[in-house]
Design a binder for this molecule. Structure first.
Ligand SMILES: CN1c2c(nc(N)[nH]c2=O)NC[C@@H]1CNc1ccc(C(=O)N[C@@H](CCC(=O)N[C@@H](CCC(=O)N[C@@H](CCC(=O)O)C(=O)O)C(=O)O)C(=O)O)cc1
Ligand SMILES: N[C@@H](CCS)C(=O)O
Ligand SMILES: [Zn+2]
Length: 783
């Protein structure tokens, strides 16, 4: 425990002569699943479309795993992860592993586990899918397990054991990774109809035997170590959760037939859970030492380290794309060496959250590309750090790293004096609309003359294959700019004509020109870099290419005005301008880590403010600024939340408050529970907010009403994530339900989210039924 450690700038030796050279090894918690060209997406969607059989899908998946493990082992990773791979989502895999298949999917699952698995993810005509929500503060979405007092767990270890066997048979040293029991229960929700005081955590004692059996089967299949991921423990947890954690790991480590247990946490510090895990008899901990989790270092020293345990130190940021400061990491590792029995090196979390390889990015200036590390580069950094710790000569790599870091901090890209000067003079009144909502809403109604329960959509209409192909053709030079633009205008004409016919009140242009609601803006704003191949899984088979927010942000030219104005020229009904808000632009990009986020947000907000002003000047009466990521960006620990909410809501208001009283500002949020940030939602001061609500049957409308939310609300009545078209009756029911908490003069009728993932065959009838339902309810409103 008391080795003498020295981190030298030359990188030669991190351990003094008096101590034996430690044998640090490199590992990773998880790996991008999709393959170099999104082969997994293509295979799964091919299976859904009937182009691949189940066996062909399984073979394709096994091939992707094999290639990934071979690459990792070849790169110097000593222990590859298994079980991190998933056909759709690893939490859904855990539902299968624990036998917690909801009753409505049981029959289909028993008849065909593969189709039953996808039915839980996507729903069927008769059975709703599981809810989907954000994986902690990332842009990855998991399916929410549903548990009740009657849930009967039953171990099904075929998934994890199968993947382990594959890796072992290929000659790899492998470590299965499972979602841990405490996190699994904390991420679950009670099945509808369970008593209000039921908490899934109450099922812990029934769940642990399942884990015991899976662990025993993994041991029998050759697992030396098994990793149990407990990221829920980096959130503020009650004493009851901490007790449950102690009990869970007491029981699991007391098993006779078990592998060694590595409990992994990431995304923030372990806090009060650290002493609980440190005292437990588990064999090792994997901890994050990056960003806010850097506080783990001191905390670990304070609990007396982890004598006799293995520590897997996450010193390479696994969810951002900047190169590691290797010397700083070596210093951290050197300190950690004195605090643990065995030290290994890893990225801070699964590399699921970053693209695969910077080498594929030919369009990024090489001077900037050298600042970037995607999954493969992060593995190289991790291996280098392990080598450095083990006494290897990494001097040339340290010099190159130092030079790259210095070039980033000196770059003109990261320092635009004009942007800095504008940000410096922002005053509080710049982020405040002068008139109160009551006055604005009268002015807006005089201008817009909307009926009660106005109908609208969230912005995007189906992104058809033809649109994506047209963009691919433009990129490849097969069509020119004017031909592409005419293609988009034709789509806007169709979309506007459809909305007029369907009887929507506030129209949209449909966003056909947007490859993605973040990427589209990032491609036009100075300071952002776009990637060609930097795909990251968002959910299931849906991927995004997060832009890289590398420098100071400014808007060289209007970004949306022409498309919105064109749509407005086709109709007398109001067309909403559609923008992505500052927080979401940050949240769904890889953000710079060399200045506070609040500063970056302010730069982005000012660029958007100019766009809002240009839309208004072009005659747009309604502008929607989407902030679906407001909730997910909330820091995991409560102490950091007020400061975040302060700058985040200010950035939204800075973007939107430069408009006249009769210009209506909308915002939209989805993919999360908003109940605990209602004050922040209020602080946005948006005239209208549309929210995802269909799957939770208007729960958020009740919560807003209970909190006295004073402005207009559109709780979504159509769940756009499921292919199923709702019946008009279901929609009227949901509208009636919403009317119980939101008065008719403040209720809007809209879907849950944009329609870009739906086909016209689904979205068309759904919107027609939505307007019909609104008309029907309107007709019955008391006069
Ligand atoms: C609202 N959501 C979003 C999140 N994050 C974002 N950054 N953006 C979002 O919209 N987080 C929360 C949710 C998550 N939801 C979704 C919903 C849908 C998708 C999605 O559909 N992704 C598409 C890719 C979208 C895209 O970038 N398209 C580009 C490129 C298309 C392409 O692959 N072209 C091919 C050729 C054409 C073809 O053969 O089809 C090529 O270039 O090879 C575009 O339209 O130009 C997906 O397919 O996964 C994501 C998150
Ligand atoms: N305006 C966007 C919001 C998605 S969260 C859309 O409609 O797709
Ligand atoms: Zn949405």
């Amino acid at each position: 425990m008391s080795r003498d450690l020295t981190a030298t700038r030359e990188g030669q030796s991190y351990v003094t002569d008096r101590s034996p050279t430690p044998q640090a090894r490199a590992t990773v918690h998880g790996w991008p699943r999709q393959g170099p060209s999104r082969e997994l997406k293509k295979a799964v969607e091919g299976y859904w479309a009937g182009r691949l059989t189940g066996d062909e899908l399984r073979t394709a998946a096994a091939g992707l795993r094999r290639t990934a493990w071979q690459w990792l082992t070849g790169a110097g990773v000593a222990e590859v992860p298994t079980g991190d791979f998933s056909l759709y989502d690893h939490v859904l895999d855990t539902v299968v592993m624990t036998g917690a298949v909801p009753a409505r999917h049981r029959e289909a699952f028993d008849a065909d586990p593969l189709d039953g698995y996808f039915a839980m993810a996507r729903g069927t005509d008769t059975a709703a899918p599981l809810e989907m929500t954000k994986w902690f503060d990332t842009n990855y979405h998991y399916l929410v397990p549903e548990l009740g007092p009657d849930t009967v767990f039953a171990a099904d270890a075929r998934g994890p054991v199968g993947q382990l066997r594959e890796a072992v048979s290929l000659g790899h040293s492998a470590r299965p990774v499972l979602v841990g029991p405490v996190t699994f229960l904390l991420l679950s929700k009670p099945v509808p109809g369970t008593p209000a005081d039921f908490r899934p955590l109450a099922l812990l004692d029934r769940l642990l035997p399942v884990y015991a059996q899976v662990l025993a089967e993994l041991r029998a299949a050759g697992a030396d170590w098994v990793q149990l991921d407990e990221p829920a423990l980096v959130q503020d947890q009650s004493p009851a959760v901490l007790d449950a954690t102690a009990r869970a790991y007491g029981k699991l480590s007391g098993l006779t037939h078990r592998p060694r247990l590595l409990v992994a946490s990431y995304f923030d510090r372990l806090g009060e859970a650290l002493p609980v895990l440190a005292r437990s008899a588990v064999d090792g901990l994997a901890m994050d030492f990056t960003g806010p989790a850097a506080a783990n270092l001191e905390a670990l020293a304070a609990v007396g380290g982890l004598p006799g345990k293995r520590l897997v130190a996450g010193v390479v940021d696994g969810r951002n794309v900047w190169i590691n400061d290797l010397e700083r990491s070596l210093a951290t590792l050197a300190t950690l060496l004195g605090l643990t029995g065995r030290l290994d090196v890893a990225p801070s979390c699964s590399l699921l959250h970053v693209p695969l390889d910077t080498a594929a990015e030919r369009d990024i200036d090489p001077q900037v590309a050298r600042w970037l590390a995607f999954a493969r580069q992060k593995v190289a950094e991790t291996v280098t750090l392990a080598q450095g710790l083990t006494g290897g000569d990494i001097t040339p790599r340290l010099s190159a790293n130092r030079a790259a870091l210095a070039s980033r901090s000196r770059s003109a890209l990261t320092h635009d004096p004009a942007v800095r000067a504008r940000c410096a003079v922002v005053a509080p009144e710049d982020a405040r609309r002068p008139e109160p909502f009551a006055l604005r809403s009268v002015a807006q109604q005089a201008r817009l003359r909307l009926p009660p329960l106005p109908t609208t959509s969230i912005g995007s209409f189906p992104q058809t294959r033809e649109l994506r192909v047209a963009r691919a053709d433009l990129r490849a030079g097969r069509i020119d700019g004017p031909a592409y633009e005419e293609r988009i205008r034709a789509e806007i004409r169709d979309t506007v004509a459809f909305q007029e016919k369907a009887g929507l009140d506030v129209l949209v242009h449909g966003e056909p020109e947007r490859n993605d609601m973040v990427q589209y803006f990032a491609e036009q704003l100075t300071g952002f870099l776009a990637t060609r191949h930097g795909w990251v899984q968002s959910y299931g088979t849906r991927y995004v290419r997060p832009p890289i927010l590398a420098g100071d942000v400014s808007r060289p030219a209007p970004m949306t005005v022409d498309w919105t104005s064109y749509a407005q020229s086709l109709t007398v009904r109001p067309v909403k301008g559609m923008l992505t808000g500052p927080v979401t632009l940050l949240a769904w990009s890889f953000v710079r880590d060399d200045q506070p986020l609040a500063e970056t947000a302010r730069q982005v907000a000012l660029a958007l403010r100019d766009e809002v002003a240009d839309l208004e000047a072009a005659g747009t009466a309604v502008v929607q600024v989407d902030e679906p990521a407001l909730r997910e960006t909330l820091p995991l620990r409560a102490t950091a939340r007020p400061a975040y909410l302060q700058w985040a809501t200010e950035a939204f208001r800075l973007a939107t408050s430069g408009v006249r009283a009769d210009t209506q500002v909308h915002t939209h949020m989805c993919y999360a529970e908003f109940g605990d940030i209602i004050d922040a939602v209020d602080a946005l001061d948006a005239d209208v907010i549309s929210l995802e609500a269909a799957r939770s049957r208007m729960g958020i409308a009740d919560e807003l009403a209970a909190a006295g939310y004073p402005r207009a609300v559109g709780p979504g009545v159509y769940d756009i994530h499921a292919p199923r078209v709702p019946e008009e009756r279901e929609l009227t029911d949901l509208i009636d339900r919403a009317l119980l908490s939101v008065p008719a003069d403040r209720l809007w009728i809209n879907p849950d989210c944009g329609l870009k993932t739906r086909s016209w065959a689904e979205a068309g009838p759904a919107l027609e039924r939505l307007t019909a339902a609104a008309r029907r309810v309107r007709a019955n409103l008391p006069r």
